[in-house]
Design a protein around this ligand. Structure first.
Ligand code: SAM
Length: 279
């Protein structure tokens, strides 16, 4: 029996599949994750889903402060017992999707996110952090390998998540983690993705809201040609969308997956120009 299984048994608990509870039990994997975030003694780290506290301990050994947000109230006593010696750790019970990170930071103005996040809300958590009023400077996330590959995809193979992440920062896969590094082992392999967030979006847009309404409209109908998805997604007459695409120099028959960030920004800025196109 591994330490995590023993600890759960001691507290009369079982891993909850519904909360994506696959606990990291491999010390080398934990070290790699902490190293990928270049954690220093100056850092405030937000950990999402500390679980049984294994990653939290590795972070607390280096960081100035670790704020660990766990949704499962049954794990809170386990975390208090495991982290009792670490005075730089704050354990918060709650759903990260309902918490504005700014409310956890107190005097801190910058923070890093390091987390082994549940697969079922990966996109939701990433979007929540990207849209936060105070965004992290860096995120190191252990996620499903397939999703990590989607996030770093390039035009011809983009999706809404890839555009959103690459609008705000630069993602790269740091390492892969085999299923055996977790208890219980998940059915899929995982990857550690590092996303460095820039102070400003990577393409110049007049309005971030318009940028995302155009991108969301573009991806609203899978694998359709861009003129059809924009007509449906923006709810505008076809002639207007055709004029918009022509002005943006985009072939109306292309698919959303093929557009570059610059092309999306160009379309959004045309919509914002007040030219009547797309508005
Ligand atoms: N960090 C631990 C580790 O590496 O062993 C646990 C990782 S486990 C994949 C995901 C953790 O996220 C679980 O402890 C789960 O209860 C927690 N969790 C799930 N949904 C959450 C949410 N919305 N907010 C905060 N924590 C959540």
């Amino acid at each position: 029996m591994n330490d995590s299984a023993r600890l759960l048994k001691q507290f009369g608990l079982r891993p909850k599949k519904s909360l994506g509870q696959n606990f990291l039990i491999d010390n080398r994997a934990l070290d790699k994750i902490v190293r990928a975030a270049d954690v220093t003694t100056d850092d405030v780290v937000l950990e999402i889903g500390p679980g049984l506290g294994s990653l939290t301990q590795h972070l607390a050994a280096i960081a100035r402060r670790v704020i660990a947000v766990e949704i499962d109230s049954h794990l809170i006593p386990v975390l208090h017992s495991q982290l009792a010696d670490w005075t730089n750790v704050e354990i918060v019970q709650g759903d990260i999707l309902k918490i504005d990170p700014a409310t956890l930071l107190r005097e801190a103005t910058t923070y890093k996110v390091v987390a082994n996040i549940p697969y079922y809300i990966t996109s939701g958590i990433i979007r929540h952090l990207l849209e936060a009023a105070i965004k992290p400077s860096l995120m190191v996330l252990t996620i499903q390998q397939e999703v990590a590959e989607r996030i770093i995809a390039q035009p011809d193979d983009m999706n809404l998540l890839a555009v959103s992440v690459q609008f705000y920062g630069s993602p790269r896969i740091v390492t892969n983690i085999q299923a055996g590094a977790f208890y219980p082992a998940p059915e899929v392999d995982s990857a550690v993705v590092r996303i460095d967030l820039d102070a400003k979006p990577r393409v110049a847009v007049k309005s971030v809201d318009t940028f995302f309404s155009v991108v969301k409209a573009g991806f609203s109908q899978k694998r359709k040609q861009i003129h059809n998805s924009l007509v449906g997604g923006l709810g505008k007459p076809r002639e207007e969308i055709d004029r918009l695409l022509q002005a943006g120099n985009i072939d109306p028959k292309r698919r959303a997956e093929t557009l570059t960030l610059e092309e999306w920004a160009g379309l959004a800025n045309l919509v914002d120009q007040g030219s009547g196109i797309g508005k």
